[in-house]
Design a protein around this ligand. Structure first.
Ligand SMILES: [Zn+2]
Ligand SMILES: [Zn+2]
Length: 186
């Protein structure tokens, strides 16, 4: 993490007293600076993301806890229709005053307070991705697409069936046609 350029989600903690137990509320919304999500569904760039919660002083830094709300758009994995999905992700992240000395080797790089700012973009990104379904679908009942013709199965409520012909019989049928000498060209 460079930490040099603050995102729109950088929260100033200038007014938060550096004393455990002190807290301040955060409530804001911003257009997302980037696409946040996975291939099939995401919060698109410039979609509004709202965060509401609080920032608390703790001994080693500040703890941010907030609810993230936005609308993700994507497509149904079954029928490929466009769909929208409200996101409600909860994030909680500790931002340190300085790199903790007791950090384990395999721990994630700690987030730091930088110029009296905490940047919530990375936690928001992680929280939103965790909240997204890996296989979004337009409804539980979505029947998806017919593997034979690619049409939506639901478009034919009377029963979407195709006459399935065993390929061996189909080949035999062609031979019979040739024997019959009907002269018809395929
Ligand atoms: Zn669907
Ligand atoms: Zn079909």
């Amino acid at each position: 993490m460079s930490g040099s350029i603050a995102s729109e989600f950088a929260i100033s903690i200038h007014d938060l007293r550096r004393q455990p137990g002190e807290m301040m509320e955060i409530n804001r919304s911003f257009p997302s600076p980037e696409r946040i999500g996975i291939d099939i569904i995401a919060i698109e760039v410039n979609t509004e993301i709202s965060i509401s919660g609080k920032v608390e002083s703790v001994s080693t830094g500040v703890l941010a806890s907030c609810q993230v709300e936005a609308i993700a758009t994507g497509e149904c994995v079954r029928c490929l229709d466009r769909l929208t999905l409200p996101i409600h992700a909860f994030i909680q992240e500790l931002f340190y005053y300085s790199v903790p000395l007791d950090l384990e080797e395999d721990e994630d790089e700690p987030l730091l307070i930088s110029d009296e700012n905490i940047d919530l973009l990375a936690p928001i990104r992680d929280g939103v991705i965790l909240d997204l379904p890996l296989t979004p679908h337009c409804s539980e009942e979505c029947l998806g697409l017919c593997p034979d013709c690619g049409e939506k199965v639901a478009l034919n409520p009377g029963g979407h069936v195709h006459q399935s012909i065993d390929p061996r019989w189909a080949a035999l049928g062609k031979l019979e046609q040739l024997d019959g000498g009907s002269g018809q060209e395929g």
